[in-house]
Design a protein around this ligand. Structure first.
Ligand code: ASP
Length: 596
């Protein structure tokens, strides 16, 4: 976890407590107080007993001893176990041995009265920052896991990020408006989760993959600026750290162009970085999709470090090395100080790129020695001058190593992009305390999917083409760029959006290029295209992946612990044991089984 400002809490009092377990300080000495919480730890020295009492706000040490407490009270305290819920009345005293590690460490509470509000069984794993509980166990008893600082702090961090977002967006006149969860199945790239309708036998709702069409309709409805921190559902094959239900900060604005949207959401991320990490706002660089791929091998580049990719066809082909002569593209990048890599280290990178997840056939390397000479795995084919040309193409200096892959152009860029990230990770260049946001812009409108006779929308079907290129839609649709943009932070795509089509004719045209017949388009999106007949303003928007944004802002890779009750890698909630079969009566009621 990155440094966090201390939690600011109001003095919480209730019928059960006068203070929280995180509130008492030296200045409270001599006060009578009432606390309630969970027993974290008991140290029983026979004549004296210390109990750590925990709640969301912290831990306070309680003390009972034979000199100052009566025997019945001490025997009662001795019956306590871990995670018992108790309430105590007592008197704040200064500690003899202070504990500077916790904010309440100067004081302890001498117990006068003890009420057991609820006993507890021994928890199935240790509820400490470092737990002995494995993933499955922690998920099954997530409510216990949440008592640990590690998870609790992450959920509170998420809450803080949400607060900053709400304040910022409402200061910019965005109205928070809910859209329905029971909607109609629409093609947005992933599979829909569907919900049977009891009242409409044989018919199904779908859960929204995003509120896309509704937010556009809110613009037609004149709402001007909308946002929602909203659950979205996608029934995709689960990859590590993907959740079937996740949260988006979904926004839409009217009467705007791309630059207006980028300015507002750059402002949002600047506000977050400032409020959470005290980082002064700077303008985010903008990189075209083509440049992102060419320079970083990724459309979500991590720009915290260099290691830019360079094409090497010109200097590496026609020199007698047939492996390279046969390839469409050869590229590499220089790793600073990498000439010091041992043979073993290099071999381990070669094995790494050959793993099926990366899929390279092999890797060529060139060491740029301190004495100005070069040593490579292809010395047989290339002279020192040849290798000097490689080094200059990759901007390699003395002491660097150049790592080179070859193959199909697109695939090799991706592979080099992955290798670049892995090498940077190993070298400690992906510092979670450094934040390097950027916009990736100028995406192609369409992508061609092998084996399909129509285009796919690169963003979604509602994205507007760049106005100057509309004329190319008929003659060369694949050369048309979209008014679409992604917000990228430290190698993560944390948001994406576009200017939308607001003209019925244009929307019909795009649907037809996407392979929809007129009837299909009307059946699926007639409601939207009809709305465009009645005065749709120019509009556009963006959605940020909230779970990912929160994790990245906290310097973490995994989103799981920022979600109170996440699903596991098979999409299951192991705590409530969902999904689960329905009984026959329910299936009948929903017309989901034949009544034979
Ligand atoms: N609805 C889009 C998505 O979920 C975001 C947008 O275009 O606003 O990716």
């Amino acid at each position: 976890m990155l440094s966090q400002k201390p939690l600011i809490f109001a003095q919480i009092t209730s019928m059960h407590r006068s203070h929280t377990c995180g509130a008492l300080r030296q200045s409270d000495v001599n006060k009578d107080v009432q606390l309630a919480g969970w027993v974290q730890r008991i140290r029983d020295k026979g004549f004296v007993l210390w109990i750590d009492l925990r709640d969301r706000y912290g831990v306070t040490q309680l003390v009972l001893d034979e000199e100052r407490c009566d025997a019945a009270l001490i025997s009662k305290a001795k019956t306590l176990g871990r995670e018992f819920v108790v309430q105590v009345n007592g008197y704040v005293i200064e500690r003899e041995a202070k504990n500077s590690a916790i904010p309440t460490g100067d004081v302890e509470v001498l117990v006068k009265e003890l009420t057991i509000l609820n006993p507890a069984e021994v928890p199935p794993f240790t509820l400490k920052d470092e737990t002995d509980g494995g993933d499955d166990l922690r998920m099954k008893y997530r409510y216990l896991d949440i008592r640990r600082n590690t998870i609790k702090d992450k959920l509170l961090f998420r809450n803080k990020v949400a607060q900053v977002i709400r304040n910022y967006l409402s200061s910019q006149d965005f109205a928070e408006i809910e859209t329905p969860y029971l909607i109609k199945s629409t093609p947005e790239g992933a599979r829909d989760f569907v919900v049977p309708s009891r009242m409409n036998p044989g018919q199904f709702y779908a859960l929204p993959q995003s509120p896309q069409t509704f937010k556009q309709l809110l613009m037609v409805g004149g709402m001007d600026r909308y946002y929602q921190i909203v659950k979205c559902f996608r029934d995709e094959d689960l990859r590590a750290d993907r959740q079937p239900e996740f949260t988006q900060i979904d926004c839409e604005m009217s009467f705007v162009e791309q630059d207006d949207i980028l300015a507002v959401f750059e402002g949002l991320l600047q506000q977050l970085l400032q409020d959470i990490h005290g980082i002064k706002p700077t303008t985010f660089p903008r990189l075209s999709y083509a440049d992102a791929i060419a320079t970083y091998g990724s459309d979500k580049p991590d720009i915290r470090f260099g290691m830019h990719l360079a094409g090497l066809n010109e200097v590496a082909q026609s020199k007698g090395f047939q492996v390279f002569d046969r390839q469409e593209w050869i590229g590499g990048f220089a790793v600073e100080g990498g000439a010091a890599m041992s043979r073993k280290e290099i071999d381990s990178w070669i094995d790494w790129v050959k793993r099926p997840q990366i899929g390279a056939k092999g890797m060529v390397w060139v060491k740029c020695n301190e004495d100005g000479s070069y040593k490579s795995s292809v010395d047989k084919f290339y002279s020192q001058e040849d290798l000097a040309a490689w080094a200059s193409a990759c901007h390699a200096k003395k002491g660097d190593i150049i790592l080179v892959l070859s193959g199909g152009k697109a695939q090799t860029h991706t592979q080099l992009g992955e290798l670049r990230l892995a090498v940077a990770e190993k070298m400690g260049l992906r510092d979670p305390k450094v934040f390097a946001p950027l916009w990736v812009v100028d995406f192609p409108l369409f992508e061609q999917v092998e084996g399909e006779d129509h285009f796919h929308a690169m963003h979604h079907p509602f994205t507007a083409p760049k106005p100057a290129q509309i004329v190319q839609l008929d003659s060369s649709p694949s050369s048309v760029f979209a008014n679409a943009y992604d917000l990228v932070l430290n190698g993560n795509e944390i948001g994406g959006g576009s200017i939308r089509i607001h003209n019925r004719k244009m929307q019909e045209k795009i649907f037809s290029l996407l392979g929809f017949s007129k009837q299909e388009a009307q059946a699926q999106f007639g409601f939207l295209m009809d709305a465009f007949r009645y005065g749709a303003p120019p509009h556009g928007g963006i959605a940020l992946g909230f779970d990912r944004l929160v994790a990245v802002l906290d310097g973490q890779e995994s989103i799981r612990d920022y979600i109170a009750f996440p699903k596991n890698n098979s999409g299951r909630d192991v705590m409530i044991d969902a999904p689960a079969p329905l009984d026959d009566d329910q299936l009948d009621e929903l017309s989901l089984q034949s009544k034979t």
